[in-house]
Every structure is written in C-alpha cells, then in structure tokens.
Design a protein around this ligand. Structure first.
Ligand SMILES: C[S@@+](CC[C@H](N)C(=O)[O-])C[C@H]1O[C@@H](n2cnc3c(N)ncnc32)[C@H](O)[C@@H]1O
Length: 399
C-alpha cells in the first residue's frame, strides 16, 4: 500500500491518517443523498482534504497548527507543473553557485536558541535557500513547504522523535547534513506527486481554516446543517503527554515566523487546565474513577482533554445535516496502565447529539510511528506502548 501517493508524501507529520482509510470511508460510508462537503475539524497534514479532492468532493478543514495549514493548502493546490519545474531549475542553478557572501539575511533571532540547534553553515544555507525561493518562486508555497521539512531535518534534533531532544555531542560532531541536496531530492519527489494529483484530482473547493471547534464553528464559514460527512482523526490526548504536534512543528513555525510557534501545544485540545467535568459519560465513569484513585493530577489532565473533545463533538454535530455521517479514527490510549475507551466516548457524545451508531471498525496499527518514548511519566527510556489499536467510529445523524 503506497501511503505517499499523489500529494500525500509532500511532508511528514505525526500520526498521519492512512490515505486509503480516508478513501475507503468516503467510498463505503458516505451518507445517503448527495455528498457535497466533507469536514475535517482536525485536519493535520490534510489527508482527508486530498482524498476528498480526488473524489471531486468539496472540503473544509481546520487546524490550530500553522504548519498543518501550510501542508494542507499546498497538498490540495493544483500548481502548474510546468511553472513549478521551471522555478525548480532556476533555484537549482543558483544553488550550484552558492557562496557564503551571497547570503543576504543573517538574522536568525526568530528561531529560538538557534546556535544550539543548528550549525552556522546550515543556517546560512537555509537562509540562502529561502532567498532563492523568495526570488524565483515567490508566488507559491510549493517550495516553502519543502523548506519547512528541511529546517527540521537538518537541525540537531534526534531522528525519529516528535519532541525536541538534541543529539548527543558525538553525533553532532559527525553530523553534516546538506540542505541543498535534500532540497533537490524533495523537490523531485513533490513534483512527481503534483503530477499524479493534477492528473486525477478534481477542481473541488478546498477551504483551509484556523478555528478551534472546541470553542465554536464560525457559521459564516460552515453553516449549521451544511456538512454531509466528517472524516477525521482527532488527537488521542493532550500534546504534552501524547503526540507533541507543536514541538514537531516548531522548527518550521519559527523559521517562517508563524503565530503561536512556542505556545502551540498548550492551545491544542486538552492543553488547558481545569478542575470541573463538563460532560456526562456513563461509558467512562469507571475508567475515570480508576485513574483518579491512581493519580489525581493525571485524572484532571484527562478530564481537560475530554471536556474540550466533547465540546468539539457538540459543535461539529450542529453543522452536520440530518442523514449526514461522521467517521472518527481514534486510539486506545492508556493512562497509568488504564485503557481509556475513546471509541465508546466518541460514540456516546455523538449519541447525545442526535446521532445513531452504525459501526466501529477495529484496526491493528502495524507500522505507525508512535511516540514510544512518551510514557505517561515522560521518562526517557521508559518504553511504554501507548497505542496498539485504532478504532474507526461511524455514526449517522438521525435528528
Ligand atoms: C491526529 S492529528 C490529524 C492528522 C491528520 N488526519 C493527518 O492525516 O495528517 C490531530 C491534529 O489536531 C490538531 N488539533 C489539536 N487540537 C486542535 C483544536 N482544538 N482545534 C483544531 N485542531 C487541533 C493538531 O494540531 C493535529 O494536527
């Protein structure tokens, strides 16, 4: 199964949805009547939006992470392949004449602790790359997204982890990444993806937003009852103790001076602290009581996440039309060894909003890159498998 086909391989992202899952859900679980608009309230890298476009269906996606919005936008845009190729040739040509004296912008203050994370040689090369992109391809984000992936890869961050851990001094001493080579390789890869996407994808409308569905959905963008289908994979818990989307994205978010680069993880679902339960759940009552006995602090962290998640479900419910369907891909997260059945919780919250459960598909996660080091206690070396199954919860709005 090729999970990188079309534009899906443009940029890595934590906990990406497998495109074929989104595709199958759209094919097999689309609601009766017309399928005009699909919503993804946690779009991440935009997998659902790309799959919707491949089917000719309009889509709306939102994410608080600016890097996720850049990915989703670039992955769903029908750039002119010929123009992109010419811009690539121009940039490559100038890269081959790199000279440190040509670098115009040498101010890296926007990147926190930059000399701790990068060598000077790499910083100057990144700056030159950006300079050429601005000069020869200023009208498109196509090449900026490539640079976004490179700024992370050439930093001293440890490979294979989402959190910001620096490599050991030994490794750094022998680490000599080449941003220009990476650029050429990734540009060729992405141009091939663009060609495949342009051949198949329809010119569907794609709307990329930055609203937080926990607080409400702006009705000038998504009217009540206007959504036919929701296909999404929400976070499994807060970013601090599960997947650190903000930390993973901070290299690019800082490089481009995007908003909230440093505070993003606190703003994502469950990032705030609270001491009040704002939902009613029979399904989770026992589980939550068990966690409370084991660890009061962790208990309130879980409650904060579930408060936000249940509000989001309430708001999403309002924009789905009667007969519309929702497909939520969720994981079976463990806290203090206690499994939290998020699939049951998801179904229960939707049922309270006029939905009927259709099916829950259970899938083993074969090779998804999971934060095996993000143990509940966050101690490095404590290899706890936080997730092993994925549940696709499907419901239909009946009233
Ligand atoms: C599991 S990822 C989605 C992955 C996506 N399906 C893909 O294929 O790339 C969850 C996403 O939810 C976003 N997120 C977390 N809390 C959010 C919120 N309150 N509002 C919008 N997006 C949020 C994170 O930034 C992250 O990108």
């Amino acid at each position: 199964m090729d999970t990188k086909e079309y534009t899906h391989g443009y940029h890595a992202y934590p906990a990406m949805m497998i495109p074929q899952i989104a595709r199958t859900l759209i094919e097999e679980y689309s609601p009766k009547g017309e399928l005009r608009t699909i919503l993804d309230p946690y779009m991440g890298s935009g997998t659902t939006l790309v799959e919707a476009a491949l089917k000719g269906v309009n889509s709306i996606g939102t994410d608080l992470n600016p890097l996720a919005r850049l990915m989703s936008k670039v992955k769903t845009t029908h750039y002119d392949e010929g123009l992109i190729k010419n811009q690539f040739i121009e940039i490559s040509f100038h890269l081959s004449f790199y000279d440190v004296g040509k670098v115009l912008n040498r101010n890296f203050d926007r990147v926190s602790n930059y000399s701790y994370w990068y060598s000077e040689d790499v910083l100057l090369k990144l700056s030159y790359l950006q300079q050429l992109i601005d000069e020869y391809a200023n009208d498109s984000d196509f090449f900026r997204l490539i640079l976004a992936e490179i700024v992370r890869e050439v930093s001293f961050t440890r490979n294979g982890e989402f959190k910001r851990f620096r490599m050991s001094e030994d490794k750094i001493a022998n680490y000599n990444p080449n941003p220009f080579e990476l650029f050429e390789k990734k540009a060729k890869r992405n141009i091939a993806g663009l060609r495949a996407y342009n051949e198949i994808a329809h010119r569907a409308n794609v709307t990329i937003c930055d609203f937080n569905s926990t607080y409400g959905i702006p009705h000038n963008i998504v009217a009540n009852g206007s959504i036919d289908m929701v296909v999404t994979s929400p976070p499994y818990g807060d970013s601090r103790t599960t997947v650190a989307y903000g930390q993973f994205s901070r290299w690019a978010n800082e490089w481009f001076g995007f908003d909230n680069a440093k505070s993003l993880d606190n703003e994502l679902m469950g990032g705030g602290k609270c001491h009040e339960i704002k939902f009613k759940s029979i399904e989770l009552a026992e589980t939550l009581a068990e966690i409370q006995v084991l660890d009061e602090k962790r208990y309130w962290e879980v409650i904060s996440f579930l408060n936000d998640y249940s509000h989001s479900i309430f708001n999403v419910s309002n924009v789905v039309r009667v007969g519309g369907r929702v497909c939520y891909v969720v994981g079976d997260r463990r806290v203090k060894g206690v499994q939290i059945p998020l699939d049951y919780f998801t179904a229960e919250m939707f049922e309270q909003c006029g939905f009927e459960h259709i099916n829950t598909i259970v899938r083993e996660i074969p090779n998804k890159r999971m934060p095996s080091l993000t143990s509940p206690t966050n101690k490095v070396g404590n290899h706890v498998q936080t997730m092993s199954h994925e549940y696709i919860v499907i419901l239909e709005k009946v009233r």
